[in-house]
Design a protein around this ligand. Sequence first.
Ligand code: HEM
Length: 459
Amino acid sequence: MVLVDADFIPVRPAPMRGPRNLVKIIRTIRDNAIAAWSDEAYERDYIFYQMFMRRVLLANHPDLIRHVMLDNVANYVRDPLGQRILEPGLGNGLLTSEGLDWKRQRRLMAPIFAPRRIQAFGPLMTGCTVALADRLQEGQRVDMAEAMMHVTLDIIARSMFGADPASDVSQVGAAMDAYQATVKPGIADLLGLPGWFPRPGAAKGRAALSQMDTIINGLIERRRSQIASGAPAGDDLLGLLLAASDAEAAPGAKGMDDREVRDHMATFFLAGHETTATALAWTWYLLSQDGGVQAKLWAELDAVLSGRDPVWADLDKLVYCRMVVEEAMRLYPPAHSTSRIALADDEVMGVKIAKGTAVIVSPWLMHRHRRYWAEPDRFDPENFAPEKAAARPRFTFLPFGAGPRICIGMGFAMAEAVLILATLARRFRFELAPGAVVVPVAKITLRPQPGLPMITRLR
Ligand code: HEM
């Protein structure tokens, strides 16, 4: 049976209404950050807030966002609040570095994520998904949020270390996953309290981190010694990174030290796995509620693939597949918000931004802004039809950020999401389990909670 529901409105938490006070706001942000936005945050160009010791500006207009993320980007650094949460795990990687150090790292890494390079990961992306498909049966109940987490974890771990046949990628994945589960902002972080202030859960995080480090460091050490004895660096992300850094180093000198390599590996893992998994989980949820979109997707898959699994060369033809993923990321952007701190006084659009202000850019709000989307809360992949997308102002759709710090893994993630969607959707349809209620909850990413229980149906 094909479900067609013209009245389907994807789930979203109600905007915060009634009197606002700091305790209520902090509690809401801790439990579900997107539920703290009031109705006006979906309509206004900008709003100033005072959050205890922090002056906060919500930048909610494309020109404001463009100014902060691109035109005057030198005046805005990533928010130390986010950095404090991420730094223990990511050290000084691309996501956590600033200034010249960031520039050097980004230049070094850009070729690794160039389309001609990431294309080599295509078979891995499809292969890991086929392995999942082979385990699914008609009528089987499956938590699709968890299943997407496993498949993207498998893909990123193999992309990073897969060139080493002795590496146990599931062990790497499990250790990193355990650490990731401990990464979340606490009240002390939200209030902007200093780093020495005791944070509950920190000890658990440190233990998981040390286990993750032992495994990653062991893999790096082994690869270094293989290279020293004449083996090629390997064509996984670790090999590409070691080769790129050695090529950049002065003649005879070693490139990055092991600490830097470890920081990059941890960054790729943490930035590049849960995000894609979450985008896909929401895609399955949305598809399950709209038979019309599902039918259109199948028509494209049948026409392009004629019953086989997708390969990289199909990506250009899987136009509707991509539109569905983009619309899912519009409604549920995995990276729901980001923030920057102003280094000096600034002014744009007549808005005065004092030095030290925390500027929040929220894809969650921008993607549902009343002025830029005709029906902001409806699921409609046609929003991403090429002519419609081209007509919309830039900086209204920013699931991967914007400006020089735009996600370096964007090409990898989009290819991965489309290949996973196409591989599974050509075989199956997933129904939301009867009685299941899912809610978007913003922690580090915007996850469906308490999970996404679905029933597998063969097409
Ligand atoms: C759907 C999947 C993904 C989403 C939604 C996403 C989103 C983002 C966003 C919004 C940023 C910018 C953050 C900011 O400006 O504060 C970012 C940065 C970054 N992402 Fe992604 N990402 C995804 C997948 C990936 C993948 C697959 C990788 C790597 C394998 C990756 C690696 C990174 C790195 C290293 C940065 C930091 C870039 C820099 O600061 O120069 N991401 N991502």
